[in-house]
Write a protein that binds this ligand. Structure first.
Ligand code: HEM
Length: 231
């Protein structure tokens, strides 16, 4: 079984879709959790407290890290396999293939951008919250309580450049998901003439919900932090 998953192309794609599906579920959960911050400071900070440095949250973080690592390692392996399979053709000038979307050709590049965004995100949030608690501290370098996610969001997005970088990060995630969610179903064998366009639409809808869900938090907190009275 394990050699099927790591040796065959179908097995590797299956690992990509199972880990991808898990990551999409995390992203939808994380997005819903963040939306709470728009409506209630107390509720959001309570959720942050529950997701602090207790064993359940730490186990969740470890599983998540393993999911991201597997997804990325198998993406690199599949790209390498494709590169080798193309043989001498890889030096030919790439002709623009009709019907092949930009996102599908740039999944690895988009993956690198998402990973870079994630590194910044960890420095901005995770290192100032869960990590502080793991290290036995209560306050982070900004003088905020480690479970005070609300004020940390407010502080981060008070800076226009963070707001902009995050919106660009979500855009890369949008492109990645439009192809990724569709290809996840396809690898599971759920395709065909009828379902092909439907799956494309499902992928676009999921990607757009994720984009709008995350982006509205950034925009609302940027406006809030900069004294806009309407939000
Ligand atoms: C408006 C946008 C976002 C906000 C306000 C936000 C907020 C947060 C906060 C407060 C934490 C720290 C939780 C803790 O340590 O207790 C966190 C962790 C994390 N975020 Fe985000 N996030 C956003 C977008 C994203 C996106 C787009 C992704 C993925 C593509 C993501 C992935 C993660 C991951 C993997 C963690 C670590 C999870 C863990 O501690 O178990 N976040 N985020």
């Amino acid at each position: 079984m394990s050699s099927f998953l790591s040796n065959s192309s179908v097995g590797k794609k299956l690992v990509m879709s199972v880990t991808g599906c898990f990551l999409v579920l995390f992203i939808l959960f994380h997005m819903s959790m963040n939306l709470t911050a728009i409506f209630s400071r107390e509720a959001y900070n309570l959720i942050c407290e529950l997701l602090g440095a207790n064993w359940y949250a730490l186990a969740g973080t470890a599983v998540l890290a393993a999911g991201v690592a597997l997804h990325f390692i198998f993406a690199l392996v599949l790209t390498w396999d494709n590169y080798r399979a193309r043989g001498s053709q890889r030096y030919a000038v790439t002709v623009k293939e009709p019907g092949v979307e930009w996102a599908s050709k740039n999944m690895l590049v988009l993956g690198w951008i998402i990973l870079a965004g994630l590194a910044l995100h960890f420095i901005n949030f995770w290192a100032k919250m869960q990590l502080v608690e793991i290290m036995g501290g209560e306050e982070n370098s900004l003088g905020l309580d480690a479970a005070n996610g609300y004020d940390l969001i407010l502080y981060t997005f008070s800076h226009w450049y963070y707001a902009l970088i995050y919106l660009l990060w979500f855009l890369a995630l949008w492109f990645h998901l439009t192809h990724g969610v569709w290809s996840m179903f396809q690898s599971a064998g759920w395709a065909g003439d009828t379902w092909y366009p439907r799956l494309k639409w499902i992928a676009r809808i999921v990607a757009t919900i994720v984009f709008l869900g995350f982006a509205c938090v950034v925009v609302i907190f940027y406006l809030r932090a900069n004294g806009c009275c309407c939000c």
